[in-house]
Design a protein around this ligand. Structure first.
Ligand SMILES: [Zn+2]
Length: 443
């Protein structure tokens, strides 16, 4: 992580309680990260917005929360047991292991490449399965082997029949799930971009086989609508058509949505047409035909699938990178997070002008309690002077700071029951009636 832009984001995220290294007091655990008080709010806001937009606001979507542990035959059916692997090489001298496609100049044969740590030569490339293996129950033999799911999609396919039987949906319809997934990455890197434990937001959208292109285009647009809603600028997102030969054999079309991360242009989301590959594979291995009746009186059919797949942590990182801003305000350099109000972990902070004036504190508490009833993500702050509080709130991306002063109490009668509201981006303050605050926050 040599890039300074990235260093600054990682440092702010730790200092202000967004994201910490996992198990830090024990020296960490590579590829794991812990979300702190502000990080969990930011992440929940992103997930809630996604759920609202793609599940609750639509009438063609069902939500799901399937178990992380699944019958291992599901991962045989999906091809993960035999094929979900990365090429691994080991240095013959220092025994360190690397992903073969991440070391040295890829145009040079592996035999001519040297270990980046010690200059030693590499042994043969072997395939390393990235699924975390574990056991269910007290016996430790082949029959008890299970895996932590490497993606959430599997849980959706194995519940296809349940949902069809409960809800009798008509095509096209989708099933959406948000949840943890685990991959034993050989080389976790770039902060929360590539970690071993992460969260996904996935949709399997079931369509008639001849109609996938229309749904594909709709989801392609939806990806951009979601980006805009969370504050990822369109100018930083690039569609990459995955060419023939690089797509999975069953996919007729795949688009990677790439984002300009501080460490380079990398995949943020994926959109793939998967045909009937998954339903067919799970039907074959389970022996349960995963079909549905599309039109009364007709034979059951196996729908095809369009799959938009979103990484939660990558979205958090893209939102942080997009929001990170350095400017000058009132002649002083400042750093702030220009979050959209929809994702900001704190929507507004409430201050009494002075913390040693009981009447100011009491009035500020009253305003704080009233707002918090409707907008839970409100923060109380009475620490240090007003200037310092503003800077602290700017740094965590709070759109508005609300100050209760002597005019609020009626020192100037015409200003009684008004407060100052200070805008994060402009630093401008305006006088707003307490009764108007909720509509001002507009969340
Ligand atoms: Zn070595």
């Amino acid at each position: 992580m040599a890039d300074t832009g990235m260093d600054k984001i990682v440092s702010l995220a730790k200092r202000r309680g967004f994201i910490y290294a996992g198990s830090e007091i024990y020296g960490g655990l590579s590829g794991t990260w812990d979300y702190g008080p502000l990080g969990v709010e930011l992440k929940n806001n992103i997930k809630n917005l996604w759920w609202r937009m793609f599940v609750q606001d639509r009438d063609d979507m069902c939500g799901l929360d399937a178990a992380i542990l699944m019958n291992p035959r599901a991962w045989e059916a999906s091809g993960h047991v035999s094929g979900f692997s990365d090429p691994l090489v080991e240095c013959k001298k220092c025994k360190r292991r690397f992903r073969a496609d991440q070391i040295g100049d890829l145009s040079t044969p592996l035999g001519a490449r040297k270990c980046p740590e010690c200059g030693g030569a590499f042994g043969e490339v072997r395939e390393f399965n990235m699924m975390f293996k574990t056991q269910t129950g007290a016996t430790e033999d082949a029959s008890s082997v299970t895996y932590l799911r490497p993606e959430t999609a599997g849980g959706i396919f194995v519940n296809f029949k349940n949902i069809v039987d409960s809800f009798h949906p008509k095509l096209p319809f989708g099933i959406a799930q948000i949840g943890k997934a685990f991959r034993n990455e050989i080389a976790p890197r770039d902060f929360i971009f590539r970690s071993r434990e992460f969260e996904q937001m996935e949709i399997e959208y079931f369509v008639r086989s001849g109609e996938w292109e229309k749904s594909f285009e709709e989801w392609r647009k939806n990806v951009h609508v979601f980006n805009e809603a969370v504050g990822i600028p369109a100018s930083a997102v690039h569609e990459l058509e995955v060419p023939d030969g690089e797509r999975a054999h069953y996919s007729k079309r795949t688009i990677d949505f790439e984002f300009d991360f501080p460490f380079g242009r990398k995949e943020l989301y994926g959109l793939a047409y998967r045909g009937d590959f998954d339903l067919k594979a799970h039907s074959d291995v389970s022996g349960v035909p995963l079909k549905m009746i599309d039109e009364e009186g007709q034979e059951p059919i196996m729908p095809h699938v369009v799959e938009p797949s979103f990484g939660v942590d990558r979205t958090v990182l893209a939102v942080l990178a997009s929001a990170y801003t350095e400017d000058e305000l009132g002649g002083e350099a400042r750093t702030y997070l220009k979050f959209n109000a929809a994702v900001a972990p704190i929507k507004a902070a409430v201050f009494p002008l002075l913390k040693n004036k009981p009447e100011l504190v009491a009035k500020a508490r009253e305003v704080y309690t009233m707002l918090k009833k409707f907008v839970p993500q409100i923060m109380w702050d009475d620490n240090g002077n007003i200037g310092k509080r503003y800077r602290r709130q700017d740094e965590i991306g709070t759109p508005y700071c609300i100050t209760i002063d002597f005019d609020t109490l009626g020192e100037k009668p015409e200003l009684k029951d008004t407060v100052t509201v200070r805008d994060r981006d402009t630093g401008q303050q305006e006088r707003v009636a307490i009764a108007e605050l909720l509509s001002k926050l507009a969340v």
